[in-house]
Design a protein around this ligand. Sequence first.
Ligand SMILES: Nc1nc2c(ncn2[C@@H]2O[C@H](COP(=O)(O)OP(=O)(O)OP(=O)(O)O)[C@@H](O)[C@H]2O)c(=O)[nH]1
Length: 363
Amino acid sequence: MIELIIRIAKRFSSRIEYPTSFSCLDDERRTRHIIGTHACTITGALIFIPIHLFISDLPLGALFNIICIALCLLSLVDLWFRGNLNQTLWITVLLPSILVVSLFWLFQGRSQISAFLIIPPGFAFLLLGRRHGTLFGLGYGLTIVAIVLLHLKSWPEFAYTPAAMINMVGALILALFWGFIGERIRGETFQTIETIAESDVLTDSINRRHFFEEVQRVHKITRYQHSSFAMMMMDIDSFKSINDQYGHDMGDKVLIELVRMLKGQIRSGDIIGRLGGDEFGLLFPNITVQEAVGRAKNICQQVDSYQFISSDGQHVPVTISIGVAMFLSGNPLTAEQIYKTADQQLYRAKQAGKNQVAVSDGA
Ligand SMILES: Nc1nc2c(ncn2[C@@H]2O[C@H](COP(=O)(O)OP(=O)(O)OP(=O)(O)O)[C@@H](O)[C@H]2O)c(=O)[nH]1
């Protein structure tokens, strides 16, 4: 039955895949949100069972809450065993909708049960996205209009009973809850997209754009704290010949392993970014000139002695050159000038024969 409902709903909705905030999250987070949603729905239903029984005097309402709990549990069991997230999403939207509409059909406006009608479209837009949510909303809205038209003459008048007030407040709390969850999902999605936009896919370090944002940030903080920082530009020597001799895949492997090695050496707060090709930027906040030069030389030696092994077991010799620029307390240099200085020093290191460190005179 559930399968049939899902199939019908999918057929009537668009075939075009439309990304939503929710669909942009990874499966683990989506699963967490679905479980959280069901847990909250079950809690709400549990709270409303005694309300319907003892305050509203609507035993049928209590029964619907019990059915709602059972369906939520069924949906979670289904997710657990089959792991089909998309199907669970549709179930999460369709089952409460059927439940709420049935209640509305049975009670019409009694005890302001209709206040709960606002919940399913919230589910739909959040979990299914704008396109599917709109289509769902249209079908849902038409069903409600049809029910109202059918009962128009016998529609009960608004009664200010405690049950009506509780139902309205309950629906309002649920709507607020959905707003909160929706905002959280949007926030998480934004964070995910931001991480993707800021990282280098191959080496998993930050990319050029984000590295320069970090340079600006560190520069600003260092000036404020009257401290110092080092910026280094690092480039693999004759990387083209590594690619030519051992293949592009080996070149990629060198880039990946180099970053992994560097990440193992840097302190927390130090930053490494891939600026493009075989060029990397390193930022070392709160560091003296001697320390910076020592670390740059150390990195050069480490790379030189590291065993990069090709797929056929050959040792691939890799060396790097580093240009160092310092920002010292009271220094008038801008972030751009520091970057430029580090770049000039890198050029100097290359010109001087590669596999070495060059430091700016002002450092
Ligand atoms: N394998 C691999 N190669 C890349 C990637 N990006 C750029 N390259 C190659 O990196 C090489 C960079 O070479 P160059 O910057 O010209 O200089 P080089 O050979 O390193 O020589 P020097 O910088 O003078 O030491 C080029 O051959 C690019 O094709 C990548 O993501 N993977």
